[in-house]
Design a binder for this molecule. Structure first.
Ligand SMILES: [Zn+2]
Length: 337
C-alpha cells in the first residue's frame, strides 16, 4: 500500500510532503528530498477514524502524518472503524437521536435530584453554614433593605419566635430570625439552609393582629430547615451546574456555582412535596404545642387576600406556595396522624 500526504513537524503547522508505504508490519515515510524513515507499526499512534477525514498518524517524536486521501485508514479492524461503521448505521443513528435526550432527561431530572437529595443528609454542618451565609449575603444585596418596623412589632415577633424555639427545644444559635423590608419578596418568609429565617415587614404588618397565624408561618419555615429542603436544592443546583459544565464542556460554568445556589434559594423553588412536608411539620407541631392547626389556614387566608392584582406583594408568598386552597382545607380538617 502506498499513499501521499503531509508530515507535520512536532507541535507545528509546518510540514513536508512525503509518501507513506506499508511493508510487513513497518511504515516507511519517504520523499525525493532524502527522507527515508522506517517505523514499526506498533510505535505509531493512530487517530480515531472519523467519516470524511483521513486517519491521522502520530510518530513517536510528535510529528503527525495526514494523508491526502480522506478515506485512508491504517487500521481497518479496530475500535475506530467500529465507531465509523456505527456512525453510518441508520438504526443506531436514529436510536441515538432518541436515546440522548432520554439520557439527559434521566441525568438532570432523576439522577442528579436523587443523588442531591441523598447527599444533603450527609453534608457537614460547617458546609451548610457556608452555603447558607453566602446565599444570605447574595439575597441581602439583591433584595433586602433594613426593616422599618417599630420596636414594639419587632419585640412581639421576637417573643413569639423565642417561645417557639424553646418549646420545640431547638438550638437558639442555629435558628435565628431576621427582619427585613423587601419590595422583591413582598409579604413573605423564607428559610436558609443553615437555619436563618427571614420575615419581611409586609408579612409582620399583615399578621400583626394574628400572633397564632404568625407562629404557624414560622413553624412552616422551621419545617423547611428541619427537612433540609434548601440544602437539597443547593446540592441539586450544584450537581446540575457541574453536570452541565461536563456535558457541554463549559467549565467556566463551575465558577458561577455559588451564584446559582444563592439564586435557587432566593427563588424558593421548593417542590410541592417539600411544601407538603413543611405544612405537615407546622400542623403537627401546632397540635403538639397546644395550638390549633386552623391558625395555619388563617395565615394562608390573610396572606392570600388581594392576590387578584399581580402587583400586590401578597401574591408572591402564594406563588411560591402552590395550591393554597387545598392547603387551607387540609389545615382546617387536620387531625393528628
Ligand atoms: Zn414553604
Amino acid at each position: 500500500m502506498k499513499t501521499t500526504g503531509r508530515l507535520y513537524h512536532a507541535h507545528s503547522n509546518t510540514f513536508i510532503y512525503c509518501e507513506l508505504s506499508l511493508s510487513d508490519e513497518c511504515v516507511v515515510f519517504s520523499n525525493d528530498e532524502g527522507l527515508h524513515e522506517r517505523l514499526p507499526k506498533p510505535r505509531l499512534v493512530l487517530g480515531m477514524a472519523i467519516k470524511g477525514q483521513a486517519q491521522d498518524i502520530t510518530l513517536p517524536d510528535g510529528r503527525r502524518f495526514l494523508c491526502d486521501d480522506k478515506t485512508f485508514r491504517l487500521n481497518q479492524h479496530s475500535t475506530s472503524s467500529f465507531i465509523e461503521r456505527s456512525e453510518q448505521h441508520k438504526g443506531l443513528v436514529i436510536g441515538a437521536i432518541f436515546f440522548c435526550p432520554l439520557l439527559l432527561y434521566w441525568l438532570f431530572f432523576i439522577a442528579i435530584p436523587h443523588v442531591a437529595a441523598s447527599s444533603a443528609g450527609h453534608l457537614p454542618q460547617s458546609v451548610i453554614e457556608t452555603i447558607g451565609q453566602q446565599s444570605m449575603t447574595l439575597i441581602e444585596k439583591a433584595a433586602l433593605e433594613p426593616t422599618q418596623l417599630d420596636e414594639q412589632k419587632v419585640a412581639n415577633a421576637e417573643r413569639i419566635w423565642l417561645e417557639l424555639i424553646n418549646q420545640l427545644q431547638l438550638n437558639e444559635q442555629k435558628y435565628r430570625l431576621g427582619f427585613y423590608q423587601s419590595e422583591f419578596f413582598g409579604a413573605n418568609a423564607f428559610a436558609l439552609p443553615h437555619g436563618q429565617i427571614v420575615v419581611t415587614d409586609d408579612l409582620i404588618l399583615k399578621l400583626a393582629d394574628y400572633d397564632d397565624a404568625f407562629r404557624a408561618v414560622l413553624l412552616h419555615e422551621i419545617g423547611h430547615v428541619e427537612h433540609r429542603h434548601s440544602v437539597k436544592i443547593a446540592a441539586q443546583t450544584a450537581g446540575t451546574t457541574v453536570a452541565l459544565a461536563i456535558v457541554f464542556g463549559d467549565l467556566q460554568g463551575i465558577v458561577d456555582l455559588a451564584l446559582g445556589v444563592g439564586t435557587a434559594i432566593m427563588q424558593q423553588q421548593f417542590s410541592q412535596g417539600m411544601e407538603r412536608q413543611a405544612d405537615d411539620y407546622a400542623l403537627s407541631n401546632l397540635l403538639k404545642l397546644g395550638y390549633k392547626p386552623e391558625h395555619f389556614a388563617t395565615a394562608l387566608e390573610i396572606i392570600s387576600q388581594g392576590t387578584d392584582d399581580d402587583s400586590q406583594s401578597w401574591s408572591k408568598y402564594l406563588s411560591t406556595h402552590p395550591h393554597v386552597k387545598s392547603r387551607i382545607e387540609k389545615a382546617r380538617t387536620y387531625k393528628h396522624p
